[in-house]
Design a protein around this ligand. Structure first.
Ligand code: ATP
Ligand code: MG
Length: 526
Protein backbone atom coordinates (compact mmCIF):
# COMPACT_ATOMS: atom_id res chain seq x y z
CA UNK A 1 0.00 0.00 0.00
CA UNK A 2 2.82 2.38 0.77
CA UNK A 3 4.49 1.84 -2.55
CA UNK A 4 1.76 3.52 -4.49
CA UNK A 5 1.75 6.72 -2.49
CA UNK A 6 4.01 9.52 -3.63
CA UNK A 7 6.20 9.77 -0.65
CA UNK A 8 9.68 8.48 -0.12
CA UNK A 9 8.94 4.81 -0.65
CA UNK A 10 10.46 3.29 -3.74
CA UNK A 11 12.97 6.04 -4.09
CA UNK A 12 15.78 3.64 -3.32
CA UNK A 13 15.80 2.62 -6.97
CA UNK A 14 17.29 6.03 -7.73
CA UNK A 15 18.97 6.99 -4.49
CA UNK A 16 20.98 4.10 -3.25
CA UNK A 17 21.82 5.19 0.22
CA UNK A 18 18.40 6.53 1.05
CA UNK A 19 17.31 2.93 0.92
CA UNK A 20 19.26 2.43 4.11
CA UNK A 21 17.40 5.17 5.80
CA UNK A 22 14.44 3.26 7.09
CA UNK A 23 14.19 5.52 10.07
CA UNK A 24 14.43 8.57 7.89
CA UNK A 25 11.60 7.35 5.71
CA UNK A 26 9.41 6.49 8.63
CA UNK A 27 9.63 10.03 9.82
CA UNK A 28 8.03 11.21 6.63
CA UNK A 29 5.32 8.62 6.20
CA UNK A 30 2.29 10.55 7.11
CA UNK A 31 -0.24 7.88 7.59
CA UNK A 32 -1.13 9.01 11.05
CA UNK A 33 -4.25 11.09 11.47
CA UNK A 34 -3.56 14.34 13.18
CA UNK A 35 -6.37 15.65 15.27
CA UNK A 36 -7.68 18.78 13.64
CA UNK A 37 -9.02 21.64 15.63
CA UNK A 38 -12.67 22.11 16.08
CA UNK A 39 -13.94 24.81 13.74
CA UNK A 40 -15.63 26.57 16.65
CA UNK A 41 -12.20 27.14 18.19
CA UNK A 42 -10.74 28.63 15.05
CA UNK A 43 -9.76 32.18 15.42
CA UNK A 44 -10.44 34.57 12.59
CA UNK A 45 -9.16 38.15 12.94
CA UNK A 46 -11.81 40.75 13.63
CA UNK A 47 -11.16 42.73 10.47
CA UNK A 48 -11.52 39.61 8.31
CA UNK A 49 -14.86 38.79 9.87
CA UNK A 50 -15.82 42.42 9.43
CA UNK A 51 -15.21 42.31 5.66
CA UNK A 52 -17.35 39.17 5.37
CA UNK A 53 -20.10 40.75 7.49
CA UNK A 54 -20.12 43.94 5.41
CA UNK A 55 -20.68 41.94 2.24
CA UNK A 56 -23.42 39.89 3.87
CA UNK A 57 -25.12 43.03 5.16
CA UNK A 58 -25.28 44.21 1.56
CA UNK A 59 -27.06 41.01 0.65
CA UNK A 60 -24.09 39.14 -0.84
CA UNK A 61 -22.68 35.78 0.09
CA UNK A 62 -19.17 35.76 1.57
CA UNK A 63 -16.98 32.76 2.35
CA UNK A 64 -13.45 32.41 3.64
CA UNK A 65 -11.72 30.20 1.12
CA UNK A 66 -8.49 28.47 0.14
CA UNK A 67 -5.31 28.37 2.16
CA UNK A 68 -6.73 30.20 5.17
CA UNK A 69 -9.54 27.69 5.74
CA UNK A 70 -7.14 24.81 5.15
CA UNK A 71 -4.65 26.25 7.62
CA UNK A 72 -7.32 26.86 10.24
CA UNK A 73 -8.43 23.24 9.95
CA UNK A 74 -4.87 21.99 10.15
CA UNK A 75 -4.26 24.19 13.17
CA UNK A 76 -1.75 26.47 11.53
CA UNK A 77 -1.73 30.24 11.42
CA UNK A 78 -2.94 31.36 7.97
CA UNK A 79 -0.52 33.50 5.96
CA UNK A 80 -3.20 35.57 4.29
CA UNK A 81 -6.96 35.74 4.19
CA UNK A 82 -9.04 35.21 1.08
CA UNK A 83 -12.75 35.75 0.74
CA UNK A 84 -14.89 34.63 -2.17
CA UNK A 85 -18.25 36.20 -2.92
CA UNK A 86 -21.06 36.42 -5.43
CA UNK A 87 -20.56 40.21 -5.54
CA UNK A 88 -19.03 41.48 -8.79
CA UNK A 89 -15.76 43.42 -8.68
CA UNK A 90 -17.53 46.81 -8.90
CA UNK A 91 -19.90 45.78 -6.13
CA UNK A 92 -16.99 44.79 -3.89
CA UNK A 93 -15.28 48.12 -4.57
CA UNK A 94 -18.49 49.98 -3.75
CA UNK A 95 -18.83 48.17 -0.41
CA UNK A 96 -15.59 49.40 1.16
CA UNK A 97 -13.89 52.78 1.54
CA UNK A 98 -10.39 51.63 0.64
CA UNK A 99 -9.86 49.09 -2.13
CA UNK A 100 -7.71 48.40 -5.18
CA UNK A 101 -7.72 45.93 -8.05
CA UNK A 102 -5.18 43.15 -7.50
CA UNK A 103 -5.13 41.29 -10.79
CA UNK A 104 -7.03 40.49 -13.97
CA UNK A 105 -9.18 37.91 -12.24
CA UNK A 106 -11.47 40.36 -10.51
CA UNK A 107 -9.68 40.14 -7.17
CA UNK A 108 -10.19 43.26 -5.11
CA UNK A 109 -7.81 44.11 -2.28
CA UNK A 110 -9.79 45.47 0.64
CA UNK A 111 -7.60 47.52 2.97
CA UNK A 112 -8.65 47.12 6.59
CA UNK A 113 -7.31 48.49 9.79
CA UNK A 114 -6.82 46.55 12.97
CA UNK A 115 -7.99 48.96 15.65
CA UNK A 116 -5.93 47.25 18.37
CA UNK A 117 -2.49 47.58 16.86
CA UNK A 118 -3.31 50.02 14.06
CA UNK A 119 -1.83 47.78 11.41
CA UNK A 120 -3.23 47.78 7.92
CA UNK A 121 -4.10 44.49 6.34
CA UNK A 122 -5.22 43.65 2.83
CA UNK A 123 -7.95 41.06 2.54
CA UNK A 124 -8.32 39.64 -0.94
CA UNK A 125 -11.91 39.42 -2.05
CA UNK A 126 -12.52 37.51 -5.28
CA UNK A 127 -15.84 37.05 -7.06
CA UNK A 128 -16.93 33.48 -7.67
CA UNK A 129 -15.25 32.58 -10.86
CA UNK A 130 -15.93 30.26 -13.72
CA UNK A 131 -12.92 29.57 -15.90
CA UNK A 132 -12.87 28.91 -19.63
CA UNK A 133 -10.43 26.56 -21.37
CA UNK A 134 -6.72 26.70 -20.69
CA UNK A 135 -5.10 26.53 -24.11
CA UNK A 136 -1.63 27.55 -22.90
CA UNK A 137 -1.38 25.43 -19.71
CA UNK A 138 -1.11 28.63 -17.72
CA UNK A 139 -4.09 30.88 -17.77
CA UNK A 140 -7.73 30.42 -18.53
CA UNK A 141 -8.75 31.82 -21.91
CA UNK A 142 -11.65 33.53 -20.23
CA UNK A 143 -12.95 34.20 -16.75
CA UNK A 144 -16.59 34.79 -15.96
CA UNK A 145 -18.07 35.94 -12.73
CA UNK A 146 -21.55 35.79 -11.36
CA UNK A 147 -21.17 32.06 -11.03
CA UNK A 148 -22.17 29.91 -8.05
CA UNK A 149 -19.97 28.99 -5.09
CA UNK A 150 -19.72 25.42 -6.42
CA UNK A 151 -18.30 26.68 -9.72
CA UNK A 152 -15.67 28.58 -7.81
CA UNK A 153 -14.74 25.58 -5.67
CA UNK A 154 -14.48 23.42 -8.78
CA UNK A 155 -11.74 25.59 -10.32
CA UNK A 156 -9.50 25.36 -7.24
CA UNK A 157 -6.41 23.20 -7.33
CA UNK A 158 -6.62 20.73 -4.45
CA UNK A 159 -9.47 19.42 -2.33
CA UNK A 160 -7.83 20.80 0.81
CA UNK A 161 -7.80 24.24 -0.83
CA UNK A 162 -11.44 24.06 -1.91
CA UNK A 163 -13.16 24.26 1.46
CA UNK A 164 -15.34 27.32 2.05
CA UNK A 165 -16.16 28.67 5.49
CA UNK A 166 -19.13 30.92 6.16
CA UNK A 167 -18.61 32.63 9.48
CA UNK A 168 -19.08 31.87 12.21
CA UNK A 169 -18.70 28.18 11.39
CA UNK A 170 -20.59 26.73 8.39
CA UNK A 171 -18.34 24.70 6.17
CA UNK A 172 -19.04 23.94 2.50
CA UNK A 173 -16.85 21.05 1.48
CA UNK A 174 -18.20 19.41 -1.67
CA UNK A 175 -14.90 17.71 -2.54
CA UNK A 176 -14.29 16.19 0.89
CA UNK A 177 -11.25 18.31 1.57
CA UNK A 178 -11.68 17.77 5.29
CA UNK A 179 -11.20 14.03 4.87
CA UNK A 180 -8.00 14.70 2.94
CA UNK A 181 -6.86 17.03 5.69
CA UNK A 182 -7.43 14.21 8.18
CA UNK A 183 -5.56 11.79 5.95
CA UNK A 184 -2.89 14.43 5.31
CA UNK A 185 -3.26 13.89 1.59
CA UNK A 186 -3.09 16.20 -1.37
CA UNK A 187 -5.28 15.44 -4.35
CA UNK A 188 -6.66 17.55 -7.11
CA UNK A 189 -10.23 18.68 -7.41
CA UNK A 190 -11.39 16.54 -10.31
CA UNK A 191 -9.26 14.63 -12.79
CA UNK A 192 -5.60 15.35 -12.00
CA UNK A 193 -4.40 14.99 -15.57
CA UNK A 194 -6.71 17.63 -16.91
CA UNK A 195 -6.16 19.91 -13.91
CA UNK A 196 -2.39 19.77 -14.46
CA UNK A 197 -2.72 20.30 -18.16
CA UNK A 198 -4.76 23.44 -17.43
CA UNK A 199 -2.07 24.86 -15.19
CA UNK A 200 1.23 23.02 -14.90
CA UNK A 201 2.35 25.07 -11.91
CA UNK A 202 -0.13 23.14 -9.78
CA UNK A 203 2.28 20.18 -9.91
CA UNK A 204 4.93 22.16 -8.08
CA UNK A 205 2.30 23.64 -5.76
CA UNK A 206 1.43 20.08 -4.76
CA UNK A 207 5.02 19.45 -3.72
CA UNK A 208 5.25 22.81 -1.97
CA UNK A 209 2.04 22.32 -0.01
CA UNK A 210 3.08 18.76 0.85
CA UNK A 211 6.33 19.89 2.44
CA UNK A 212 4.84 22.91 4.12
CA UNK A 213 2.08 20.89 5.76
CA UNK A 214 3.90 17.58 6.06
CA UNK A 215 1.29 15.91 3.83
CA UNK A 216 1.76 13.28 1.14
CA UNK A 217 0.59 13.46 -2.45
CA UNK A 218 -2.14 11.02 -3.32
CA UNK A 219 -1.03 8.29 -5.71
CA UNK A 220 -3.36 9.19 -8.60
CA UNK A 221 -2.41 12.83 -8.33
CA UNK A 222 1.28 11.89 -8.08
CA UNK A 223 1.05 9.61 -11.12
CA UNK A 224 -0.48 12.47 -13.09
CA UNK A 225 2.37 14.75 -12.07
CA UNK A 226 4.89 12.16 -13.17
CA UNK A 227 3.16 11.97 -16.54
CA UNK A 228 2.92 15.72 -17.05
CA UNK A 229 6.12 16.87 -15.34
CA UNK A 230 7.73 18.14 -18.52
CA UNK A 231 5.10 20.85 -18.86
CA UNK A 232 6.53 22.60 -15.83
CA UNK A 233 9.13 24.12 -18.15
CA UNK A 234 6.40 26.06 -19.92
CA UNK A 235 5.76 28.06 -16.74
CA UNK A 236 7.20 31.51 -16.20
CA UNK A 237 10.51 31.29 -14.31
CA UNK A 238 9.20 33.68 -11.65
CA UNK A 239 6.27 31.45 -10.77
CA UNK A 240 8.53 28.40 -10.54
CA UNK A 241 11.00 30.38 -8.45
CA UNK A 242 8.34 31.45 -5.96
CA UNK A 243 7.20 27.86 -5.36
CA UNK A 244 10.81 26.67 -5.29
CA UNK A 245 11.63 29.26 -2.63
CA UNK A 246 8.70 28.08 -0.53
CA UNK A 247 9.95 24.50 -0.78
CA UNK A 248 13.41 25.66 0.27
CA UNK A 249 11.99 27.73 3.15
CA UNK A 250 9.71 24.93 4.36
CA UNK A 251 10.70 22.86 7.38
CA UNK A 252 11.67 19.98 5.09
CA UNK A 253 13.23 21.22 1.84
CA UNK A 254 15.13 17.96 1.36
CA UNK A 255 11.86 16.07 1.17
CA UNK A 256 10.54 18.57 -1.36
CA UNK A 257 13.61 18.06 -3.51
CA UNK A 258 13.41 14.28 -3.35
CA UNK A 259 9.74 14.42 -4.16
CA UNK A 260 10.40 16.76 -7.08
CA UNK A 261 13.10 14.44 -8.29
CA UNK A 262 10.95 11.39 -7.98
CA UNK A 263 8.04 13.01 -9.72
CA UNK A 264 10.29 14.14 -12.56
CA UNK A 265 9.95 17.87 -11.92
CA UNK A 266 13.44 18.54 -10.66
CA UNK A 267 15.13 17.85 -13.95
CA UNK A 268 13.25 20.75 -15.49
CA UNK A 269 13.97 23.07 -12.59
CA UNK A 270 17.55 22.31 -11.58
CA UNK A 271 18.92 19.35 -13.57
CA UNK A 272 22.37 20.13 -12.17
CA UNK A 273 21.21 18.85 -8.78
CA UNK A 274 20.25 15.51 -10.28
CA UNK A 275 23.72 15.09 -11.69
CA UNK A 276 24.87 14.40 -8.13
CA UNK A 277 22.75 11.24 -7.90
CA UNK A 278 24.98 8.21 -7.60
CA UNK A 279 28.15 10.32 -7.72
CA UNK A 280 30.26 8.73 -5.01
CA UNK A 281 32.60 10.96 -3.08
CA UNK A 282 35.93 10.45 -1.39
CA UNK A 283 36.44 8.29 1.64
CA UNK A 284 35.53 11.04 4.08
CA UNK A 285 31.92 10.93 2.85
CA UNK A 286 29.30 8.25 3.32
CA UNK A 287 26.75 9.76 0.92
CA UNK A 288 26.65 10.52 -2.76
CA UNK A 289 26.78 14.16 -3.83
CA UNK A 290 23.00 14.54 -4.16
CA UNK A 291 22.25 13.09 -0.78
CA UNK A 292 25.02 15.10 0.83
CA UNK A 293 23.58 18.33 -0.56
CA UNK A 294 20.11 17.34 0.67
CA UNK A 295 21.38 16.52 4.13
CA UNK A 296 23.20 19.81 4.21
CA UNK A 297 20.07 21.81 3.42
CA UNK A 298 18.09 19.63 5.83
CA UNK A 299 20.29 20.89 8.61
CA UNK A 300 20.02 24.49 7.39
CA UNK A 301 16.24 24.16 7.61
CA UNK A 302 16.45 22.59 11.04
CA UNK A 303 18.41 25.63 12.19
CA UNK A 304 15.86 27.89 10.47
CA UNK A 305 18.59 29.62 8.52
CA UNK A 306 17.59 32.27 5.96
CA UNK A 307 17.14 31.70 2.24
CA UNK A 308 20.68 32.62 1.20
CA UNK A 309 22.18 30.15 3.67
CA UNK A 310 19.77 27.39 2.68
CA UNK A 311 20.44 27.88 -1.03
CA UNK A 312 24.18 27.93 -0.43
CA UNK A 313 23.91 24.79 1.68
CA UNK A 314 21.99 23.10 -1.13
CA UNK A 315 24.31 24.24 -3.90
CA UNK A 316 27.67 24.22 -2.15
CA UNK A 317 28.86 21.01 -3.84
CA UNK A 318 27.03 21.49 -7.13
CA UNK A 319 30.44 21.65 -8.86
CA UNK A 320 31.43 18.18 -7.72
CA UNK A 321 30.00 16.00 -10.49
CA UNK A 322 31.78 18.09 -13.11
CA UNK A 323 35.15 18.12 -11.36
CA UNK A 324 35.42 14.59 -10.05
CA UNK A 325 38.70 12.91 -11.02
CA UNK A 326 40.23 9.67 -9.87
CA UNK A 327 43.61 10.06 -8.24
CA UNK A 328 45.85 7.02 -8.62
CA UNK A 329 48.16 8.51 -6.07
CA UNK A 330 45.50 8.94 -3.42
CA UNK A 331 43.45 5.96 -4.58
CA UNK A 332 40.46 8.17 -4.12
CA UNK A 333 38.25 10.68 -5.89
CA UNK A 334 39.27 14.32 -5.98
CA UNK A 335 37.13 17.38 -6.65
CA UNK A 336 39.79 19.93 -7.38
CA UNK A 337 38.21 23.29 -8.18
CA UNK A 338 34.64 22.23 -7.37
CA UNK A 339 34.12 25.47 -5.43
CA UNK A 340 35.07 27.61 -8.44
CA UNK A 341 32.98 25.57 -10.87
CA UNK A 342 30.18 25.25 -8.31
CA UNK A 343 29.88 29.01 -7.98
CA UNK A 344 29.42 29.30 -11.75
CA UNK A 345 26.82 26.55 -11.86
CA UNK A 346 24.95 28.07 -8.90
CA UNK A 347 24.86 31.42 -10.70
CA UNK A 348 23.50 29.74 -13.80
CA UNK A 349 20.74 27.91 -11.92
CA UNK A 350 19.70 31.05 -10.08
CA UNK A 351 19.70 33.19 -13.20
CA UNK A 352 17.51 30.62 -14.93
CA UNK A 353 15.08 30.77 -12.02
CA UNK A 354 15.03 34.57 -12.20
CA UNK A 355 16.44 35.10 -8.72
CA UNK A 356 17.31 38.72 -8.04
CA UNK A 357 20.87 39.58 -8.84
CA UNK A 358 21.75 40.39 -5.25
CA UNK A 359 20.63 37.03 -3.88
CA UNK A 360 22.50 35.26 -6.68
CA UNK A 361 25.68 37.17 -5.87
CA UNK A 362 25.49 36.27 -2.20
CA UNK A 363 24.87 32.59 -2.87
CA UNK A 364 27.56 32.25 -5.52
CA UNK A 365 30.07 33.94 -3.24
CA UNK A 366 29.19 31.60 -0.38
CA UNK A 367 29.48 28.58 -2.69
CA UNK A 368 32.78 29.88 -4.03
CA UNK A 369 34.30 30.18 -0.56
CA UNK A 370 32.54 27.34 1.26
CA UNK A 371 35.81 25.45 1.71
CA UNK A 372 37.46 28.24 3.65
CA UNK A 373 36.62 27.20 7.19
CA UNK A 374 37.47 23.58 6.54
CA UNK A 375 41.19 24.08 6.06
CA UNK A 376 42.30 24.61 9.62
CA UNK A 377 45.93 25.27 8.63
CA UNK A 378 44.82 28.15 6.46
CA UNK A 379 42.88 30.02 9.07
CA UNK A 380 45.20 32.80 10.12
CA UNK A 381 44.13 36.30 10.96
CA UNK A 382 45.20 37.64 7.59
CA UNK A 383 43.36 34.82 5.82
CA UNK A 384 40.23 35.65 7.81
CA UNK A 385 40.62 39.31 6.82
CA UNK A 386 40.81 38.24 3.19
CA UNK A 387 37.73 36.06 3.42
CA UNK A 388 35.75 38.84 5.05
CA UNK A 389 36.92 41.17 2.29
CA UNK A 390 35.65 38.65 -0.26
CA UNK A 391 32.30 37.63 1.15
CA UNK A 392 31.58 40.92 2.87
CA UNK A 393 31.17 41.66 6.57
CA UNK A 394 27.47 41.00 6.43
CA UNK A 395 27.87 37.47 5.04
CA UNK A 396 30.82 35.99 6.82
CA UNK A 397 28.52 34.45 9.44
CA UNK A 398 26.43 32.86 6.70
CA UNK A 399 29.65 31.25 5.52
CA UNK A 400 30.26 29.80 8.97
CA UNK A 401 26.70 28.49 8.99
CA UNK A 402 27.08 26.85 5.57
CA UNK A 403 30.22 25.23 6.87
CA UNK A 404 28.39 23.89 9.93
CA UNK A 405 25.62 22.47 7.73
CA UNK A 406 28.20 20.93 5.40
CA UNK A 407 29.77 19.00 8.27
CA UNK A 408 26.44 17.72 9.52
CA UNK A 409 25.46 16.86 5.94
CA UNK A 410 28.58 14.75 5.65
CA UNK A 411 27.56 12.77 8.70
CA UNK A 412 30.43 14.17 10.72
CA UNK A 413 29.92 15.56 14.18
CA UNK A 414 29.69 19.27 14.79
CA UNK A 415 32.89 21.26 14.76
CA UNK A 416 34.53 21.10 18.16
CA UNK A 417 33.20 23.89 20.36
CA UNK A 418 36.76 24.98 21.04
CA UNK A 419 37.55 25.44 17.37
CA UNK A 420 34.23 27.13 16.67
CA UNK A 421 34.85 29.62 19.45
CA UNK A 422 38.28 30.28 18.08
CA UNK A 423 36.92 31.02 14.58
CA UNK A 424 34.21 33.21 16.00
CA UNK A 425 36.63 35.27 17.97
CA UNK A 426 39.00 35.57 15.02
CA UNK A 427 36.15 36.93 12.90
CA UNK A 428 35.13 39.32 15.67
CA UNK A 429 38.70 40.50 15.98
CA UNK A 430 39.25 41.19 12.29
CA UNK A 431 35.90 42.92 11.88
CA UNK A 432 37.45 46.08 13.31
CA UNK A 433 40.43 45.94 10.94
CA UNK A 434 40.59 47.73 7.60
CA UNK A 435 39.17 45.20 5.16
CA UNK A 436 38.53 47.14 1.99
CA UNK A 437 40.12 49.83 -0.13
CA UNK A 438 37.63 52.32 1.23
CA UNK A 439 38.97 51.80 4.74
CA UNK A 440 42.58 52.62 3.86
CA UNK A 441 44.09 55.76 5.35
CA UNK A 442 44.77 56.93 1.81
CA UNK A 443 42.58 57.37 -1.22
CA UNK A 444 42.92 57.71 -4.97
CA UNK A 445 42.85 61.51 -4.83
CA UNK A 446 45.76 61.61 -2.42
CA UNK A 447 47.78 59.23 -4.60
CA UNK A 448 47.15 61.47 -7.64
CA UNK A 449 48.38 64.44 -5.64
CA UNK A 450 51.52 62.66 -4.47
CA UNK A 451 52.43 61.24 -7.85
CA UNK A 452 51.25 64.25 -9.86
CA UNK A 453 49.68 62.06 -12.50
CA UNK A 454 46.34 61.82 -14.24
CA UNK A 455 43.77 59.22 -13.16
CA UNK A 456 44.28 55.79 -14.72
CA UNK A 457 44.29 52.06 -13.92
CA UNK A 458 47.62 52.41 -12.12
CA UNK A 459 45.96 54.18 -9.21
CA UNK A 460 43.58 51.27 -8.67
CA UNK A 461 46.44 48.80 -8.74
CA UNK A 462 48.31 50.86 -6.16
CA UNK A 463 45.29 50.94 -3.84
CA UNK A 464 44.84 47.20 -4.12
CA UNK A 465 48.52 46.54 -3.52
CA UNK A 466 48.30 48.73 -0.41
CA UNK A 467 45.23 46.84 0.78
CA UNK A 468 47.15 43.57 0.43
CA UNK A 469 49.78 44.93 2.80
CA UNK A 470 47.19 46.10 5.28
CA UNK A 471 45.27 42.80 5.16
CA UNK A 472 48.50 41.10 6.20
CA UNK A 473 49.22 43.66 8.87
CA UNK A 474 46.58 46.18 9.90
CA UNK A 475 49.19 48.19 11.80
CA UNK A 476 50.40 49.40 8.42
CA UNK A 477 47.21 51.38 7.89
CA UNK A 478 48.71 54.81 8.61
CA UNK A 479 48.82 57.76 6.22
CA UNK A 480 52.61 58.03 6.60
CA UNK A 481 53.35 54.44 5.74
CA UNK A 482 50.82 54.21 2.92
CA UNK A 483 51.96 57.46 1.30
CA UNK A 484 55.59 56.34 1.32
CA UNK A 485 54.57 52.92 0.00
CA UNK A 486 52.36 54.45 -2.71
CA UNK A 487 55.32 56.35 -4.14
CA UNK A 488 57.47 53.21 -4.16
CA UNK A 489 54.74 51.26 -5.90
CA UNK A 490 54.23 54.03 -8.42
CA UNK A 491 57.85 53.62 -9.52
CA UNK A 492 57.26 49.96 -10.44
CA UNK A 493 56.49 48.90 -14.02
CA UNK A 494 52.74 48.59 -14.57
CA UNK A 495 52.81 44.79 -15.05
CA UNK A 496 54.63 44.28 -11.78
CA UNK A 497 52.27 46.67 -10.05
CA UNK A 498 49.23 44.85 -11.31
CA UNK A 499 50.60 41.61 -9.91
CA UNK A 500 51.17 43.20 -6.52
CA UNK A 501 47.57 44.38 -6.53
CA UNK A 502 46.36 40.83 -6.64
CA UNK A 503 46.91 38.50 -3.77
CA UNK A 504 48.89 35.36 -4.32
CA UNK A 505 45.63 33.50 -3.76
CA UNK A 506 43.91 35.30 -6.58
CA UNK A 507 46.65 34.59 -9.07
CA UNK A 508 46.38 30.97 -8.12
CA UNK A 509 42.70 31.17 -8.90
CA UNK A 510 43.54 32.42 -12.36
CA UNK A 511 45.54 29.25 -12.86
CA UNK A 512 42.73 27.18 -11.48
CA UNK A 513 40.32 28.82 -13.85
CA UNK A 514 42.46 27.94 -16.83
CA UNK A 515 42.71 24.30 -15.97
CA UNK A 516 39.00 24.18 -15.34
CA UNK A 517 37.94 25.86 -18.53
CA UNK A 518 37.72 22.63 -20.45
CA UNK A 519 35.51 21.06 -17.82
CA UNK A 520 33.25 24.05 -17.68
CA UNK A 521 32.84 24.10 -21.43
CA UNK A 522 31.76 20.52 -21.35
CA UNK A 523 29.11 21.39 -18.79
CA UNK A 524 27.78 24.45 -20.56
CA UNK A 525 28.97 26.83 -17.92
CA UNK A 526 30.56 29.99 -19.20
P1 ATP B 1 -0.64 30.14 1.03
O1 ATP B 1 -1.50 31.33 1.23
O2 ATP B 1 -0.14 29.48 2.25
O3 ATP B 1 0.40 30.38 -0.01
P2 ATP B 1 -2.77 29.15 -0.50
O4 ATP B 1 -3.31 27.78 -0.73
O5 ATP B 1 -3.66 30.17 0.09
O6 ATP B 1 -1.50 28.98 0.37
P3 ATP B 1 -2.52 30.98 -2.62
O7 ATP B 1 -1.52 31.06 -3.71
O8 ATP B 1 -2.67 32.10 -1.65
O9 ATP B 1 -2.19 29.64 -1.86
O10 ATP B 1 -3.91 30.68 -3.32
C1 ATP B 1 -5.15 30.82 -2.66
C2 ATP B 1 -6.14 29.77 -3.15
O11 ATP B 1 -6.37 29.96 -4.55
C3 ATP B 1 -5.67 28.34 -3.04
O12 ATP B 1 -5.91 27.81 -1.77
C4 ATP B 1 -6.47 27.66 -4.11
O13 ATP B 1 -7.79 27.43 -3.69
C5 ATP B 1 -6.49 28.70 -5.20
N1 ATP B 1 -5.38 28.58 -6.13
C6 ATP B 1 -4.16 29.18 -6.06
N2 ATP B 1 -3.40 28.86 -7.10
C7 ATP B 1 -4.14 28.05 -7.88
C8 ATP B 1 -3.92 27.37 -9.11
N3 ATP B 1 -2.76 27.48 -9.75
N4 ATP B 1 -4.93 26.64 -9.62
C9 ATP B 1 -6.12 26.53 -8.97
N5 ATP B 1 -6.38 27.12 -7.81
C10 ATP B 1 -5.42 27.87 -7.26
MG1 MG C 1 -3.27 32.17 0.53
Amino acid sequence: MFNTAWNLTGHETKLKSYAKLGEFQKRYYNIGVKKTEDSAKLSVPKEVAEVARTLENKGFQAYLIGGCVRDLLVGRRPKDWDITTNAKPEEIVASFPNTFYENDYGTVGVVTENTDDETLKVIEVTPYRLEGNYSDKRRPDSVTWGAKLEDDLKRRDFTINAIALKLPGDIVDIFSGQIDIKKKTIQTVGDPESRFSEDALRMLRAVRIAVELDFTIDSTTGDAIALNAKHIKEMAAERIRDEFIRIIMSPRPHIGLILSQKLGLLKYIAPELEEGIGVAQNKAHSFDVFEHMLRTIEHAAKKEFPLETRLSALLHDIGKPATRRWSEEKKDWTFYGHDVVGAKIAAKIMARLAFPRKMTDIVTTLVRWHMFFSDTEQITHSAVRRIVNRVGKEHVWNLMDVRACDRIGTGRPKESPYRLRKYHSMIDEVMRDPLSVGMLKINGGRILELTKTAPGPKIGHILHALLEEVLDDPAKNTADYLEKMALELYALPEKELEKRGKSAKESKEKEEEKTLQAIRKRHWVS
